[in-house]
Ligand binder design. Structure first.
Ligand SMILES: *Cc1c(COP(=O)(O)O)cnc(C)c1O
Length: 856
């Protein structure tokens, strides 16, 4: 019999164990080992079975066991200590509190997904886990962040694999009452309701709140009786629907999210958010809601836009065009031709998302483009991705070089306390005197010997092998209820064999099946009698992506063949819980995307924090961190004729590395059985990568390089009743309308003769027509570098020319001559030009307006 309705009844704890409830109510338990130990003690097996979920545990444990613990003085004391520690953690000054008054008092962080704990499945992959790690690190650093997202009733999806290797999706319905969530309520106890006006009715949402350490996460949920039936499903699942469904989700996330943050601040007395950070373009509508607010305060659209841009940080996450949301323009038009955002003209909205540049489409509304127009502070997620993004969005800044496109980069990081195996942490505590594995002195070989490190690595591999066996058998039993799993499953994999891990979502560019390029060679590698290798693989394909599912199927078919099945497994339902055992348990973490499509990649970082070595294409983070000692680089066959050839070359290179370098080194043991060359690499990896790969480093960078400047710019614009915002809007308008008349009339040069030499000085004088602008509205620049065929410049440098005098005889008095000198610093080809760009100290870079006039 199936229930028609389901809910969770929370346990009533004995009074002197009330600390447990308080502790379970804050997700800090998910990364705080001492707290987990406290829960594990209640019922160790149940704790394992329930996959480390305190709320489920407290609901499932026998009341007699709770009564027993309530009588156990030692346990009660322990629980109270952990609770006091939590309270202290929530209150005490941390890093951010040392920054002084200029630091924003509140920052709102928006993301379509949040991966915080396996018990709260609200993520599909890297983007969500990164958001979760961002919140946790912000909490640890004391950054006053409040986060907004959606509560998806079915999360992403649960994955099973059919006997024929086909991905099967199911959508188990989550019960928020059984999760670490509570409803945000008005002072009188009624639930806060967020409402959006739609073309044909209203969309209502309730707000769930989760405590992530010091950070509050607000999740909007439309599955409430106040909504018409069809609108209850707006937040049904993550990335489930197309077009209109997705648009509704994003309207709710952006617009509803800002309203929720405001409601929360008003109710709790928290300061209003000063900086808004959107993790990927999906939440971009938040800027429109804020503009609408300011228009309500009396600003014009353009004035409000200046303020909102100044305080908005936009992080782009994908160089893959399919990863960017592009809506049907007519659809967006329909939704904004309503009272959804009072004071906003639908034309102004549409202009923000218009692809009005060469190669753009007139029929779409592009969320990334809007993100850049609404966010003055933009970044990619690794240095290489920053470069790729600057090229990708160059069209928005015509006349500027890609390197001038105002998109910076902050390389992702991962939250070490979440992703470091407790065994490695215990080693750091015992031998290095710290539980902070990112700052522990792993280089100290006296304190932590090779054998110690190796022994932990062995135990982590063993733990993974056990978990894999358990998962494979459990999956089999779910598909064959009542049957007994085949015997070979019980000794699948080998805890002593070199283990390569590969797990990620399965979009084509990640090339899940590259390893199958030459199946016979792979088979030889796996079954090598002296130096065997085993693979543990996992990953979900988007439900609509049959191509991805075929890749999974191909892999599962291979892994099911009788000779290799002991050496290669595909584990269904990749999630945080699996990942936490998978990264530490692998010796080598493999990543073979098509360069440069992996914006950053974070799984390899999590592996490295546990002493796994990376084997990866030089893409994303690996491109900036590979140093020859911390793993291996698979060369990219950029020059290959086509995709197939490229795959072939890169796969061969990968096999070669495994066969000739990785396996020999792994199996080269000293008399005590320790592979000393390998352990040297582990030690080096831990000592050099743990700190820079941590989310703590990442969040500090966001604070210092993006949040602080964003707050500063926004404050400057809002001061004195928005004086600077009004001025800036007016100035931009003036510059835009004058710009067609701005020109470099000509360029005179002197100082070098027919045979210029290094050290000579080139004097330049350029009369410039300013079209009515003042000299201080622009900067005239000498741009020079090595010149090449087609007059392209490389190694470009820029030097500002200074205004010398008004051009004699210019009636309008607006033409001026600019002069400057540059020393010829290198031999060989030299080229230069002169250009004019607008400047204003409220712009971050002159490229912002996309206006430039170049000498012709
Ligand atoms: C880290 C992580 C990812 C993202 O890994 P990438 O290397 O960025 O693809 C996806 N899923 C889970 C469960 C993770 O923990």
């Amino acid at each position: 019999m199936k229930a028609i309705r389901r809910f969770s009844v929370r346990a009533v704890l004995p009074e002197n164990l009330s600390a447990l409830e308080e502790i379970a109510g804050n997700l800090r338990w998910s990364w705080h080992e001492p707290t987990k130990e406290l829960f594990a003690r209640i019922a160790p097996e149940l704790w394992q079975q329930l996959r480390h979920d305190p709320i489920a545990l407290l609901g499932a444990v026998e009341p007699s066991r709770l009564a027993e613990l309530a009588d156990d003085h030692g346990y009660v004391e322990w629980a109270n200590r952990v609770r006091d520690d939590l309270r202290e953690y929530l209150q005490e000054p941390r890093w951010y509190q040392s920054l002084g008054d200029a630091a924003p008092r509140s920052i709102a962080y928006f993301s379509p997904e949040f991966g915080i704990a396996a018990a709260l499945p609200q993520y599909s992959g890297g983007l969500g886990i990164l958001a979760g790690d961002h919140l946790k690190a912000a909490s640890d650093l004391g950054v006053p962040l409040v986060a907004a997202g959606l509560f998806y009733r079915s999360g992403y999806f649960a994955q099973a694999i059919s006997p024929d290797g086909w991905q099967l999706e199911s959508y188990p319905v989550l019960d928020p009452d059984g999760l670490p969530l509570s409803v945000l309520r008005e002072a009188d106890g009624t639930p806060v309701q967020i409402t959006l006006a739609l073309p044909d009715g209203e969309l209502h949402a309730r707000v769930w709140q989760a405590a992530v350490g010091r950070v509050r996460l607000l999740l909007l949920d439309t599955d409430i009786p106040e909504n018409e039936e069809r609108l209850r499903s707006v937040t049904d699942r993550l990335y489930g629907g197309g077009g209109e469904h997705r648009l509704l989700q994003e309207l709710l996330l952006g617009i509803g999210g800002v309203r929720a943050v405001k409601a929360w601040a008003a109710l709790t007395g928290a300061p209003d958010a000063e900086v808004f950070h959107t993790n990927e373009g999906h939440a971009g509508f938040l800027g429109l809601e804020r503009i609408s607010d300011l228009v309500g305060e009396g600003l014009s659209f353009d004035q409000a836009l200046q303020v909102v841009r100044a305080g908005t940080v936009f992080t782009t996450h994908t160089p893959v065009p399919a990863g960017i949301d592009r809506f049907d323009r007519a659809l967006v038009e329909r939704y904004f031709s309503t009272s959804l955002l009072p004071g906003l003209d639908v034309k102004e909205v549409l202009a923000l998302g218009a692809e009005d540049y060469p190669g753009g489409s007139g029929d779409v509304f592009n969320m990334a483009v809007m993100g850049l127009r609404l966010g003055q502070h933009a970044n990619g997620v690794s240095q290489l991705h920053g470069e790729v993004s600057r090229q990708m969005f160059n069209g928005l800044y015509p006349g500027f070089d890609p390197r001038e496109v105002p998109i910076d980069s902050v390389t992702n990081g991962v939250h070490a306390p979440t992703w470091t195996d407790p065994m490695l942490r215990a080693l750091a505590i015992e031998r290095l005197g710290t539980d902070d594995t990112t700052h522990a002195n792993w280089a100290d070989a006296h304190a932590v010997g090779d054998a110690d490190l190796w022994s932990v690595r062995n135990r982590m591999r063993e733990q993974l092998v056990q978990d894999a066996r358990h998962r494979v058998a459990a999956a089999w039993e779910r598909q064959n209820p009542g049957g007994i799993a085949p015997a070979w499953m019980a000794d699948l994999l080998d805890p002593n064999v070199l283990t390569i891990g590969f797990a990620r979502r399965v979009p084509t560019y990640k090339r899940l099946t590259l390893m199958l390029h030459d199946p016979d060679r792979l088979r030889r590698i796996l079954l090598d009698p002296e130096r065997p290798v085993q693979f543990v693989i996992a990953g979900k394909s988007h439900p609509a992506d049959d191509e991805g599912k075929r890749l999974i199927q191909k892999l599962v078919h291979f892994a099911n063949e009788a000779d290799v099945r002991g050496r290669m497994v595909f584990l269904p339902d990749y999630d945080i819980g699996m990942a936490q055992l998978l990264y530490p348990g692998t010796d080598v973490w493999l990543n073979n995307p098509l360069r440069p499509l992996e914006a950053c990649g974070t799984s390899g970082m999590k592996a490295a924090l546990n002493g796994a070595l990376n084997l990866s294409i030089l893409d994303g983070w690996w491109n900036e961190f590979y140093d020859g000692e911390n793993g291996w680089a698979i060369p990219s066959a950029d020059a290959a004729g086509d995709g197939a050839e490229r795959d072939a070359l890169e796969a061969e290179a990968m096999y070669d590395l495994i066969e000739h370098q990785i396996a020999p080194r792994f199996y080269d043991r000293d008399p005590d059985g320790v592979p000393s060359a390998w352990v040297r690499q582990i030690r080096h990896t831990l000592a050099t990568l743990s700190s820079p790969l941590s989310a703590e480093r990442m969040v500090r960078e966001y604070v210092e390089r993006l949040y602080l400047p964003a707050a500063e710019y926004e404050n400057r614009l809002t001061a004195d009743d928005f004086a600077a915002a009004r001025g800036l809007a007016e100035w931009k308008e003036r510059v835009r309308s004058a710009w067609p008349d701005v020109a470099v009339a000509h360029v005179d040069a002197g100082g070098v003769d027919d045979t210029p030499q290094v050290g000579d000085e080139l004097h330049v004088r350029a009369p410039v027509r300013l079209g009515g602008l003042r000299p201080e509205d622009v900067r005239v620049e000498l741009v020079y570098g090595r010149s090449h065929e087609g007059d392209d410049l490389t190694d470009v440098a820029v030097q500002e020319l200074t205004v010398d005098r008004a051009v004699p005889g210019d009636e309008a008095g607006s033409a001026h001559e600019f002069v400057g000198t540059v020393r010829l610093a290198w031999a060989g080809s030299f080229g230069y030009t002169v250009r004019v760009v607008p400047v204003n100290d409220l712009l971050l870079t002159p490229a912002e307006l996309g206006l430039v006039a170049v000498a012709s």
